[in-house]
Every structure is written in structure tokens, then in C-alpha cells.
Design a protein around this ligand. Structure first.
Ligand code: EPU
Length: 440
């Protein structure tokens, strides 16, 4: 069965949406639960595909998982953790990137792990070399197999000094999850410090870990013998919040995003205001709206935290197609995140891609022939079109482009959006979007 959305553009989105926990944190906290000797309880868990996939993987490893999707409460009991049948794990090949984070916890608990080949959004090569190098430094032995990797630790896992070649979110999480019950102290320099990582550190500290974070991106973990379960409320999804902000702006509407947190979105809010969007902040969330003034073009570079999050970039591109003048974006996190602009061009956007670094942030893709900079000439009228979702954030961007466009669009492949946007169809309908879900 496939599903697509037929969207009639031109309606201002108005109303309230509620955010729940961040996709890029919840799945990691679920993995951390394996490290505990007792049950963990996670609150504010959204009903998204990534949670479903990680739940399946945990269940295959003997973890008891109970999810109350309405209340958003997930209970995880790792007491009977076991090595699964490889054929069962194989069924999850290509489903997500999270399985790689099972390495450290499974090595500690079972002495071995089999990790299926990874999936996730196709926005670059997304290698796992930093993960594997970090695990090797702890003493892990990795054997590549056709359908995944086998990993063992014949002499146990020992604390070590690791310098990240780049502040990778996943590799930093890998190191944290491996170090907290490794033997001795681990120091990670050039670590990523995204809010989702800081919340994972909150969870690990609740479990009994000793972790300190210095201002120079150095994280020190003093290994302890055991960890217990945790009770925690996930931080809200700042990538989803920014997506709704752009939806309000391009449709000339007003959306109150309940649960959005200023502290994790300061960089986004500055940019949103610079291009002509406005927002009001209170204790329960942020209301984003269009002032009616013409939007302004800007130069922008994505970067690791506290820079502009790459996941904020794709929906922002849609807003910039409506801004007067030339906007320049230099994407420095992924080498291949602009493929989605082809469909926007089909809808009438004027976007030119460049292999050059159009910015000053030091970038790994310099002179490497990756089209990782974009010039957006605005404003251009968007016209409805038939488009297919290539990745998660691009998918949401297509929805808001179609909502702002003149005429009708058909957006295919919307199951990808379900990986990270809870109840997005219901939310769009509640905001007044003219959409129809077609199932075949
Ligand atoms: N990288 C390597 N080798 C590695 C690991 C990463 O070269 O071993 C490179 C990647 O190819 C990429 C860069 O380092 O060019 C950054 O990757 P990072 O490891 O930081 O990203 P990730 O952990 O795979 C998470 C989020 C992404 C988000 C990035 C950056 C999850 C499940 N995914 O990915 O979220 O863009 O951090 O903040 O947490 C999304 O939600 O749409 C999404 C793609």
C-alpha cells in the first residue's frame, strides 16, 4: 500500500500544534535503557516510525517494551536482555541509523553484538568510520559481514582518549554509551554538544554515570560499575518546531507551537526574525507568524551546535524562495543535502547549486565536487506540482511548498515523513490545510 497527499495551496495555516520529544533524542535514550539494571520510563515519546523501529530492535534483544502512545510513555525493561537470532535482526536492515548505537551497550551486556546495515535519510554518504574507530579504541574487535557488522570485546572495554575528527552527533553518542560503564576514564575532544546530546547526558547521569562537559567540546566520562534505570521527560523536538515556523511564514499564517523551547532554538529564532518572520515566546511554547512585510534574503551557513542546525535548513529554503533578493546557503554538515531543491525548481523556485564553499565556515567539502552551496533567487511564485519525497526534512519542506503554492500538488512517499513528524496529517488538517490522503 502506498499513500500520497493531494494538497490545494493558498490557505494560511492558523492554530496550535503540540510538540513531543525530539526524534533525535528519544531513540538514543531508548538505547541507553539497555545499560540499566532496572526498568526505565521515558515520557513525552512521540508516535513516529523511528521509535517503532528501535522498539522492534530492543524487543528482539529481549527487552520488554510497553508504549502508551496517547500518554507518550514508554517503559523499557532490560532485565532479560539476550542475543537475538541474526535472521531476525536482518529484517531491520536499512531501516534506520540508530542500530549502530547498540554497539557499546550490547558489548557491555552480552559481550557481542551484530549490527544490521544502516538506513536513514540519503543526504550524503553517512559513513560510520568515527563510530568504529571510537569502538576500536575502547578495545572492540569489528568484523564486517555482508549484511552488517559483528563486534566483540575479548578483553573488555577500557576507557580511552578519543579525538573526534569532526563533532559527529552519532559518534559522540556512541562514545558516551560505551564509556559510561567501561573500565576507567574516557576523554572525548572535539565532541558534539547538541541539546539532544546534553539530554542524553542527563539520562546517563540519572542512571548513575559521572560525566562532565567542558566549554571547549571536551567531555570526560568516569566509568562506573553499574547503572540503574531512569525516569525522564524527553526534550521537545526543535527540528519539528522550526518546520512549523516555516509553515506559518510561507503560508502567511500563525502557528502556536506548544512545547517549543527558546533555549534550544536561539540560532533559528535569530534567522527567522532576520528574514522577516516574527514570534512570541511564553512558558508553554512559541507562536510563529508572518508580519505581512516582504521577506528578506539572507546568507546562511549550517554548522554543528550552537550553529544553525542542518535539519532546520530544508524548510527554511522554502521560506527563502519567498524572500526578496539573493539568499546564499552553505551546507557544511552533509555533502549532499540539496538534491531536494530540484522539486522546488519544478514548482517555480529559482535555485542554483554550487560545488564551491559560499561562506567562511571551515568545511570538509571544499573542492570535492559536492553541490553543497545554494543560491536562491526570490521571490518566485510557487505552482502546484507532482513531487516525491526524497528524505525526512525535504518531505516536510515539500508539504509547506505545496501549501504555499498556487493550485494543486500531489506529494508521494509521505511514509518517510512519518519517521519524524508525529500525526502530521492531523496537525495540518487542524491548522486548516486543504489536504486529502489517497491510499492505494
Ligand atoms: N560522519 C562521518 N563519519 C562518521 C559519522 C559521521 O564522516 O562515522 C559525518 C557524516 O557523514 C556527516 C557529519 O559527519 O557529514 C555529521 O554526522 P553526524 O554523525 O553528526 O550525524 P548523525 O548522528 O548521523 C544526527 C541526526 C541528524 C542530524 C545530524 C546533525 C539522528 C538520528 N540523526 O545524525 O538528523 O542532521 O545528527 O545534527 O540523530 C534529521 O533528523 O533529519 C537528521 C538527518
Amino acid at each position: 500500500m502506498f499513500e500520497k497527499l493531494v494538497i490545494k495551496g493558498g490557505k494560511a495555516l492558523q492554530g496550535t500544534v503540540k510538540l513531543r520529544g525530539a526524534k533525535n533524542f528519544v531513540s538514543k535514550a531508548m538505547v541507553a535503557s539497555i545499560l540499566g539494571d532496572s526498568k526505565s520510563i521515558l515520557h513525552n515519546v512521540p508516535r513516529i516510525k523511528d521509535v517503532e523501529i528501535v522498539s522492534k530492535l530492543l524487543i528482539l534483544h529481549g527487552c520488554e517494551v510497553t508504549y502508551n502512545s496517547k500518554a507518550g510513555i514508554l517503559e523499557l525493561d532490560p532485565e532479560n536482555i539476550l542475543s537475538p537470532r541474526i535472521a531476525d535482526v536482518d529484517t531491520l536492515v536499512g531501516a534506520s541509523r540508530i542500530p549502530i548505537l547498540f554497539c557499546g551497550p550490547l558489548l557491555h551486556k552480552l559481550g557481542e553484538a551484530f549490527i544490521p546495515n544502516l538506513g536513514g535519510c540519503k543526504i550524503g554518504d553517512r559513513p560510520i568510520d568515527f563510530h568504529l574507530e571510537s569502538l576500536r579504541q575502547f578495545g572492540a574487535v569489528i568484523t564486517k559481514q555482508t549484511n552488517g557488522i559483528k563486534i566483540t570485546a575479548p578483553d573488555g572495554l577500557k576507557g580511552t582518549k578519543i579525538h573526534m575528527p569532526y563533532p559527529s552527533v552519532g559518534a559522540t553518542e556512541q562514545t558516551l554509551l560505551t564509556a559510561c560503564i567501561a573500565d576507567g576514564v574516557t576523554e572525548v575532544s572535539n565532541a558534539a554538544i547538541e541539546p539532544e546530546i546534553m539530554d542524553l547526558i542527563n539520562v546517563l547521569q540519572k542512571m548513575g554515570s559521572i560525566i562532565s562537559v567542558a566549554t571547549d567540546r571536551v567531555i570526560t566520562i568516569e566509568g562506573v560499575k553499574n547503572l540503574k534505570g531512569f525516569t525522564h521527560t524527553a526534550l521537545p523536538d526543535r527540528a519539528e518546531a522550526a518546520s512549523w515556523a516555516n509553515a506559518a511564514l510561507v503560508t502567511k499564517g500563525k502557528i502556536n507551537v506548544q512545547g517549543a523551547k527558546q533555549q534550544d532554538m536561539i540560532t533559528f529564532l535569530n534567522i527567522f526574525r532576520k528574514i522577516g518572520g516574527e514570534f512570541d515566546i511564553n512558558d508553554s511554547g512559541i507562536t510563529f507568524y508572518c508580519t505581512g512585510d516582504k521577506l528578506k534574503a539572507i546568507p546562511l551557513e549550517t554548522d554543528v551546535h550552537p550553529g544553525f542546525l542542518t535539519d532546520w535548513m530544508q524548510p527554511l529554503v522554502v521560506s527563502l524562495t519567498q524572500a526578496q533578493g539573493l539568499s546564499i546557503i552553505h551546507e557544511t554538515v552533509y555533502e549532499n543535502r540539496f538534491g531536494f531543491t530540484q522539486a522546488l525548481a519544478k514548482m517555480g523556485a529559482k535555485i542554483q547549486l554550487y560545488t564551491e564553499c559560499l561562506g567562511t565556515v571551515p568545511c570538509r567539502f571544499k573542492q570535492m565536487n559536492y553541490k553543497h552551496s545554494a543560491a536562491i533567487f526570490g521571490s518566485t511564485k510557487l505552482m502546484g506540482a507532482d513531487i516525491k519525497v526524497p528524505d525526512l526534512r525535504a518531505g516536510f519542506s515539500y508539504l509547506i511548498a505545496a501549501l504555499a503554492a498556487q493550485g494543486q500538488s500531489t506529494v508521494d512517499g509521505i511514509d518517510i515523513i512519518e519517521r519524524g513528524y508525529e500525526f502530521f496529517i492531523d496537525k495540518l488538517q487542524a491548522l486548516g490545510a486543504d489536504i486529502d490522503l489517497i491510499k492505494n
